[in-house]
Design a protein around this ligand. Sequence first.
Ligand code: 5AD
Length: 359
Amino acid sequence: MHHLIEQLQACQDPDVGLLTELLAARGDDCELLRAAAHECMRQYVGEAVYFRGLVEVTNICSQNCYYCGIRKDATVVRYRLSEDEILLAARECMRLGFGSMVLQSGEISSDAYVDFICRVVARIKSETRSDVLTDGLGITLSIGVLSRAQYQRLFDAGAHRYLLRIETSNEKLFRTLHPEEQSLAGRYEAIHDLQSVGFQTGTGVMIGVPGQSMHMMAADILTFRRLDIDMVGMGPYLPSQNTPMAGVPILSADERYQLGLNMIALTRLVCQDINIASTTALEGLHPSGRLEGLRYGANVAMPNLSPVEYRPNYRLYDDKPTTQSAQDAVAAIEQIGRKVALNTLGDPRHYYARRQRHT
Ligand code: 5AD
């Protein structure tokens, strides 16, 4: 394992075979991988953990992804937060010292919804200015595939980061996870649009979905690099009873968990100066999953700031943790010896490097 890690560190252009072998690390070998990823993180982005307060704006969704618990056809009570409810969460975000927030929702491509988000973004920017954040909170959007014109309007309103997961870089696997009207090419095009509008752009995949091989996951990491992505958020697949994929056999929880951590470590080693989030899905498989993600090279935490009464309805998968308070998340991170970076935006270094390369 030692030898393989050194090989990865030495090469400019890692190949998919090497990454596939490294992904298979188990037992003591995982610690070697973890330590290498941690060192890489320290070197390229530092040891600070950046916080984003996550607000789940609405679980209304126009898409029918086969794995997702809030898909259009799922039976779930639908809600949409009001402008004021979101602003309340933004003020809480500020009070906690989290420099950025993430607005996430189902995919709704109407101009009326984009108008609503633009209004909310503009209000957050103007109502959360302070001595430490003179331009207000940083805002990341995660609201799906939209048109370039709509992305431009959201950017102009003041959002500056956008997350759009590709879910997998394997065309065939993508097809088994999504209905006809969606395409991997469409996601790539959207990511390109986001980058050209000027967003700090993130993507991610699910780990351990039925039909996914380690070779495919290794290819996902190379795809993050090829796309010149600034941020990655990814986590293990967790079944949802509310979906057509509910009964399909999957890898054991332990397998998906370790693969999730190894994916974070290898993404750090390959993409180096990007931001990587440690996601809720890891916690779905292990009580300290999100902390472990940070130990494996992630540097972003996204505590949930959605109003508690709506959280049970934003169930992407079964057993989604909904309880930990934001304060507890900060305390737990400090306990594992990581610096907590408060009152700062925490932009990904890769974004600035990318911009320089393109000017
Ligand atoms: N298991 C894990 N992740 C899921 N997501 C949706 N459904 C599931 C699931 N069953 C993830 C997808 C999506 C993000 C918002 O949540 O990757 O992009």
